[in-house]
Design a protein around this ligand. Structure first.
Ligand code: BGC
Length: 417
């Protein structure tokens, strides 16, 4: 009998392929690592798991900060089709654990001594009710500036250390026909800058009062007004085409020398590295001036959704163990731009920016300067985070001034509580 190729057979074979794609020993991984640097880091993970006999079914959902990925996740879970492993941040992990959807990783954690090596600031998010429910991949932080060294050198500009010097440097770049600040106009990117700006105005105590305690005086007082004013200053150094631009394209503008600076988390370093650039030779990394000594962290973690079959559970366990293993932590974070999510890794394994990141983390942790990133879900759960995003973005786009922004902030947070 001849096999006829018609629509039905095509559909049937597509279905077969789809089923074959998720075999017992595969993990289907939902993530938002789609930029060049992120994809390079992801391939380190894929390779490690492959060596461990765990297959990879990719479920990328583009969009920095993970907002779109979380929307897709909700739809998948609601339709009874949860992915096996999901990239997640901070309070989102806690929310899914509270819904009873996440697998218990206690055995893997105990066998690999996670309690001793993972920083307590991270364990707060990786554990729910005392049980491990996520495997931390890294620690990123948001209050970074990335600068094109040649652009600065050509203008005779040293690395700025104070906010005023930073503004003067952006102005000098602008006067010379460069873009002062590379930026992509998306709410999460504005919020990412806001993390560093709030720290630069008031330090960690003020940041925590405002973003963690949601203290009314901190949210509406003169320091928050000043933070919004600083955002207005930043806005004045952005080019006309900033709206909707992806963060990695803004990084490229600094890499190419079209722009002097970008304020972005250290996933931006992944783009510089992926483009073959070298810290201190081609680019500079430094804390948002005024925020030195503090660090707004966000950690990527993989949460495992509950699965029934023993072989799928085994694959999840292997993935969780691989993520926290020291060799992986080094190889992955060198490429990703983040620092390890364990305390026992030799900093010399990292480039100058990575070493600085590790030293900054240790210093901030020892001196009360380590805070959870509001922009990346480590200060408040999604509802409040999104309320802050709206106000910061609307203000950045000129809908209202700094004085009104603080009132809007308080109202939006109150409504989201
Ligand atoms: C994640 C990073 C990612 C960045 C941009 C952040 O929320 O923590 O891993 O590179 O978003 O996509």
């Amino acid at each position: 009998m001849k096999i006829k190729i018609n629509k039905k057979t095509i559909l049937a074979s597509a279905l077969l392929m789809a089923t074959a794609a998720v075999q017992a020993e595969d993990v289907e991984v939902l993530h938002w690592w789609t930029s060049g640097g992120e994809a390079a880091a992801l391939s380190v993970l894929k390779k490690d798991l492959g060596n461990d006999g765990v297959g990879w079914v990719d479920m990328p959902v583009a969009g920095g900060g993970g907002g779109s990925a979380m929307t897709t996740l909700r739809a998948r879970v609601t339709s009874g089709n949860s992915p096996t492993a999901v990239q997640m941040l901070g309070y989102d992990i806690q929310d899914w654990a509270a819904e009873g959807e996440l697998a218990n990783l206690n055995d893997i954690a105990a066998a690999n001594n996670w309690d001793a090596v993972i920083p307590k600031a991270l364990q707060k998010f990786s554990k729910y009710d005392g049980n491990w429910i996520a495997a931390p991949v890294n620690m990123h932080s948001t209050n970074w500036v990335w600068a094109n060294k040649k652009v600065l050198d050509d203008l005779g500009l040293p690395q700025p250390h104070s906010w005023d010097d930073f503004v003067a440097a952006m102005q000098a770049a602008k006067d010379a026909g460069k873009i002062g600040l590379a930026h992509g106009g998306q709410p999460w990117q504005e919020a990412t800058m806001f993390d560093g700006v709030v720290l630069s105005v008031g330090g960690a105590d003020f940041y925590n009062k405002a973003f963690v305690e949601l203290d009314e005086d901190a949210l509406t007082g003169p320091q928050m007004v000043e933070a919004f004013k600083r955002m207005e200053t930043l806005r004045s150094f952005v080019d006309d085409n900033f709206s909707g631009r992806d963060w990695n394209l803004a990084s490229s503008m600094v890499i190419n020398g079209d722009a002097a600076f970008q304020i972005m988390g250290d996933w931006a370093k992944g783009e510089f590295i992926n483009a073959g650039k070298v810290p201190n030779e081609d680019f500079l990394c430094f804390r948002v001036p005024g925020s030195q000594g503090t660090m707004a962290f966000n950690a990527d973690q993989f949460a495992m959704f509950k699965v029934d079959s023993a072989s799928a559970q085994e694959a999840q366990g292997k993935m969780a163990a691989a993520i926290v293993a020291p060799t992986f932590q080094i190889a992955f974070n060198q490429v990703k731009g983040s620092v390890p999510s364990r305390t026992d890794i030799d900093p010399m394994q990292f480039d100058a920016c990575g070493q600085k990141g590790i030293a900054d983390l240790q210093y901030a942790n020892a001196t009360g300067g380590l805070v959870g990133s509001m922009a990346h879900g480590h200060a408040q759960p999604a509802a409040i985070k999104n309320a802050v995003f709206d106000v910061v973005t609307n203000h950045f786009n000129g809908e209202f001034g700094a004085e009104e922004a603080v009132e809007e902030l308080l109202n939006a947070i109150d409504a989201a509580k």
